[in-house]
Design a protein around this ligand. Structure first.
Ligand code: NAD
Length: 268
């Protein structure tokens, strides 16, 4: 039996997450990094970018060309909200299954990816948070919401993050609303003396987005009940926390059908 490695191309390869993923794919015995695509650092060997020996894979700009040449199986995208859709379209139309970590996709974007997958009999995997602990935090929040319908979400990220609220906060709100029996009305009429000070309203849940240097990716889901509160918190203190989830998704996306959203769907 001929054993074939899964061929992986990374878009956003020169970025903070992209470099981590390239390094992890290079270290994984059944994965083969065949392409690194970015709009910056083009022409530079990806090995040098991640502080290792040259790999022979240089950062290129044109994803279509890379796919045509390498016949990649999986695309991993960690770019930005304005680049990810083009990359996903090129991948799906060319038989490459996308694993998308980029956040900030709208519901319309998700519908579009769904339609592309359906038209091409393809699958795509999307996760707003690839950290295993963050997935557990969301699941626990869903569990708690059944008993504590009063809840606010505080998400905290580094100050370079482009989208707010975070994809994780949006997913958490959705999970909470799937599980809580009723949506509490505000108990008092508030006078917001500073606009926005009570947070944004996400599906009836107040969300507070903190952006500061020194932070990476953190979230606290705070529930209030009669005479008690419950806080469920997750902290990603290093981007390495996202890597095992991404590797899991690369390994499993070939078995998926259609668009699958959320790492919990891949976890045993
Ligand atoms: P970054 O700015 O460090 O990296 C993004 C890279 O994409 C840059 O190198 C940029 O040049 C490149 N890029 C921009 N346009 C491109 C294009 N058209 N084609 C190819 N490359 C292009 O950002 P980052 O911190 O690595 O984060 C990237 C994305 O991943 C963000 O949306 C972030 O929110 C998300 N993220 C998700 C998770 C998760 O678990 N899902 C974890 C961390 C970050």
């Amino acid at each position: 039996m001929v054993y074939e490695k899964t061929k992986v191309v990374v878009t956003g390869a020169a970025g903070r997450m992209g470099r981590q993923i390239c390094m992890a794919v290079l270290e994984e015995s059944n994965l083969d990094l065949v392409g690194a695509v970015d709009v910056q650092d083009t022409g530079i060997d990806i090995g040098l970018l991640i502080g290792k020996a040259p790999t022979g894979i240089v950062v290129e700009r044109n994803l279509s060309q890379v796919i045509a040449r390498t016949r990649a199986d999986v695309l991993v995208d960690f770019t930005n909200p304005s680049a990810v859709m083009d990359n996903a379209r090129v991948a799906i139309n060319n038989g490459v299954r996308p694993v998308i970590g980029t956040t900030g996709l709208s519901d319309a974007d998700l519908d579009t990816i769904h339609a592309w997958c359906e038209n091409n009999n393809m699958a795509a995997f999307i996760a707003p948070n690839f950290a295993i602990g963050a997935v557990l935090m969301m699941q626990m929040a869903k569990m708690a919401a059944k008993y504590f319908p009063h809840v606010e979400i505080i998400e905290l990220h580094h100050d370079q993050k482009l989208d707010a609220p975070s994809g994780t906060a949006m997913m958490t709100a959705e999970l909470i609303n799937r599980s809580r029996a009723f949506v509490p009305q505000e108990s008092v009429k508030e006078l917001e003396k500073v606009k926005g000070v009570r947070g944004g309203n996400l599906q009836g849940i107040k969300v507070h987005s903190v952006r500061l240097p020194g932070l990476l990716a953190h979230q606290e889901v705070m529930f209030g009940g009669e005479g008690e509160t419950l806080s469920i918190r997750h902290d990603s203190t290093s981007r390495i926390s996202f890597v095992p989830g991404v590797i899991m998704a690369i390994q499993k996306v070939k078995y998926l059908k259609g668009v699958v959203i959320g790492l919990e769907n891949l976890m045993e």
